[in-house]
Design a binder for this molecule. Structure first.
Ligand code: IMP
Length: 223
């Protein structure tokens, strides 16, 4: 099987940029949904409970819509003191109620009424996270990235995951990366991911680790 081009089930430009930085040097061209479906006709309901479930849902949605193999990526930040939240709800964290968070993360402490409405999702997610962890000593967190590659009929060809452990800082630092990166200190580092150069982040990140496994697979089946 050959994969010169792959359709990635994402509309997140920052995520697509990272996936391209990681896969294009290996000769793989990636197309995202904003290019293939600019009007947003393809609606993907990410209602899985795990990163892997959601990666598969996304990959299969692409395969079903375009009749070609699809790559699904689902990722997020799990914070120990928040019972693993926001986890699979990371992208929408700022707008969620306690009850919505507890449905997926039963250990979510709640009672904080910190729903932050608005459009600047990344900035608001960070605002909420800082507020919820104010005065909390346990700052442990990790990022997870799940990848699923399916064939044109939706059958799983390969799936994998990558993680990176770290701590949530007490304020934003740096302006690189995206999402929660200004708050995320990889274990043992004073700097946040937002202070890393892109290739430095890729070398240790959840996404970099998962994609390294995917490229090993691709080299084996489509050398
Ligand atoms: P998804 O599109 O549902 O997979 O949402 C992933 C969300 O997790 C993003 O919107 C970010 O909030 C967060 N996230 C995932 N990976 C990263 C990363 O590498 N840096 C910062 N935030 C991330």
């Amino acid at each position: 099987m050959s994969f010169g081009r792959l359709i990635v089930a994402t509309r997140n430009p920052a995520k697509l940029r990272e996936l391209r930085e990681l896969l294009e040097p290996r000769g793989l061209e990636l197309l995202g949904l904003n290019e293939l479906d600019p009007d947003g006709a393809l609606r993907i309901v990410e209602n899985g409970r795990t990163f892997r479930d959601n990666a598969l849902i996304k990959a299969r949605a692409v395969a079903g819509a375009f009749g070609v193999p699809g790559l699904g990526e689902d990722s997020g930040l799990s914070v120990a003191a928040l019972g693993g939240a926001p986890g699979v709800l990371s992208a929408r964290y700022h707008g969620l109620t306690d009850a919505e968070l507890r449905r997926v993360h039963p250990g979510y402490p709640g009672g904080r009424r910190l729903r932050v409405p608005g459009a600047e999702a990344d900035a608001l997610n960070n605002t909420r996270l800082l507020a919820e962890l104010e005065g909390v000593a346990d700052r442990r967190a990790h990022y997870t990235c799940a990848l699923a590659l399916v064939d044109a009929a939706g059958g799983i060809l390969f799936s994998t995951r990558g993680e990176v452990q770290g701590l949530i800082g007490d304020r934003r630092r740096g302006d690189g990366g995206f999402g929660y990166d200004p708050l995320f200190h990889p274990a043992g580092d004073e700097r946040t991911f937002a202070q890393y150069r892109p290739e430095e982040k890729h070398a240790v990140s959840h996404r970099g680790r998962a994609l390294a496994r995917l490229t090993t697979y691709l080299r084996e089946v489509a050398p």
